[in-house]
Design a protein around this ligand. Structure first.
Ligand code: COS
Length: 398
């Protein structure tokens, strides 16, 4: 196969779209230049994630996960900056994207509803990369149906005791603290859930059960056995945390779409590179109309996902979510972006793999790892079916 240049830099042409301003373009240019210079050994997912948090923290990128008042880069969380960061990081390394995103998701509830003491204790450390954050909502029998959780927080003389189990917890086992959601009024359904900030060292918390998955990243089951917390650990209002969890997920939903977009763009770049270099029947793979048609379809699916993703981020930043109508419109837009970008990315990556023939399934090739990396994005932070539900409910209300 003739040598040709491998794609190493994420594309930036789309940044001239009206969704973005000069600050976003500057952010993207700096990041696109920075990421390929990082050299992280990703054979051990936990060590790699810790290394990425260190690199991202030292270079200042994690400052986009928290507001400026707590060491962040911007006055408020900027969805378009998050989208640019995740898309660019995911193009280069899905694990780098994961490390970045979990700092934001794991601390998002503290940004939204933490007490001043909680915000001061955790957010600057998250922004520096000195503390690793995690968001603990899912349970063995409560994934999409988050309100069905059974982990309980019962009153003690000086706070609460947590009992129960959380699972599929990203950063589980390497996190310094967890934002944990628990039932405080089991009869009240989604109106009986309260959140707590739990330090990893708290007696009664066991995060040692690592879950191995097809695209390795830090993931664990957490067990709470009479895990005693002071009253000051409560995060936000008593019984008000279901909405807090939904609001936290809402912020990051458009950025999950962006991560999928980054992976899809990388798969297309790999496919183009391969098609131009691969000799076949006396010409190049790229010279066949069949190949051109596939590449065209992939590019259109990526652009469709990109426009929905950027629109959702722009709506949150520029229209806002202050009124119920705005909040509903944004939730639906973010759900459309997440659903479309993750589903389209799966198809684009599969098509890129198919174009690589046998090389596509060879362990160690980029499309092979992308094929595994993309799969969980259609499931976590609200599966495709949950996004369909959110969009459908919104359509019926309008
Ligand atoms: N922002 C603020 N409030 C929200 C909200 C949002 N995005 N979505 C729902 N709410 C509120 C509702 O307005 C409702 O409020 P009231 O009690 O005042 O009526 C309350 O939360 C319950 O909402 P709803 O009745 O829609 O809850 P359901 O139990 O039917 O659940 C879904 C709705 C399925 C959408 C929700 O459980 C969900 O998003 N599940 C996916 C969870 C997830 O992403 N898991 C992965 C975890 S991280 S890997």
């Amino acid at each position: 196969m003739a040598a040709s240049k491998l794609p190493s830099a994420a594309p930036t042409q789309h940044l001239s779209l009206p969704f973005f301003n000069a600050a976003h373009q500057d952010l993207a240019q700096r990041l696109v230049a920075w990421v390929p210079q990082q050299d992280v050994d990703e054979r051990d997912d936990r060590a790699a994630c810790q290394a990425w948090v260190r690199h991202l923290g030292d270079a200042g990128w994690l400052r986009y996960c928290v507001p400026a008042a707590f060491g962040g880069a911007l006055d408020a969380m900027d969805s378009r900056a998050l989208v640019i960061l995740r898309e660019t990081l995911a193009f280069h390394s899905p694990l780098a994207d994961f490390a970045f995103a979990m700092q934001g998701l794991g601390s998002g509830a503290i940004t939204l509803a933490g007490s001043p003491a909680q915000q001061a204790a955790y957010l600057p450390a998250v922004a520096r990369g000195d503390k690793i954050a995690a968001f603990a909502l899912s349970e063995p029998d409560a994934g999409s149906d988050a309100g069905a959780m059974t982990t309980s927080a019962t009153p003690t003389p000086d706070g609460v005791a947590l009992n129960g189990c959380k699972t599929w917890i990203s950063n589980g086992g390497i996190a310094d603290f967890y934002c944990v959601f628990a039932k405080t009024d089991p009869e009240a359904g989604t109106r009986g859930i309260t959140a707590y900030v739990v330090d990893a060292s708290t007696p009664g918390l066991d995060a040692s059960e690592h879950i191995a998955v097809m695209a390795p990243h830090p993931l664990a089951t957490l067990r709470f056995d009479n895990c005693r917390l002071p009253a000051s650990a409560q995060l936000g209002e008593l019984n008000g945390a279901f909405k807090l969890a939904m609001r936290t997920l809402d912020i990051f939903r458009a950025s999950v779409a962006a991560a999928a977009l980054g992976m899809a763009r990388r798969a297309l770049a790999e496919a183009v590179h391969y098609a131009k270099a691969r000799p076949m029947f006396g010409q190049r793979l790229a010279d066949f109309q069949l190949t051109q048609a596939k590449l065209g379809e992939m590019a259109a699916m990526i652009d469709a996902a990109a426009l929905l993703t950027y629109r959702a981020a722009w709506m949150r930043d520029c229209v806002g979510t202050d009124t119920p109508a705005q909040a509903q419109a944004y939730s639906a837009a973010a759900a459309m972006a997440k659903m479309t970008a993750t589903e389209n990315a799966q198809r684009v990556i599969d098509m890129a793999l198919q174009m690589h023939g046998g090389m596509g399934v060879k362990v160690g090739t980029k499309v092979e790892s992308l094929y595994r990396d993309i799969r969980s994005l259609r499931i976590y932070e609200g599966a495709t079916e949950v996004q369909q539900l959110i969009i459908g409910k919104s359509v019926l209300k309008s």
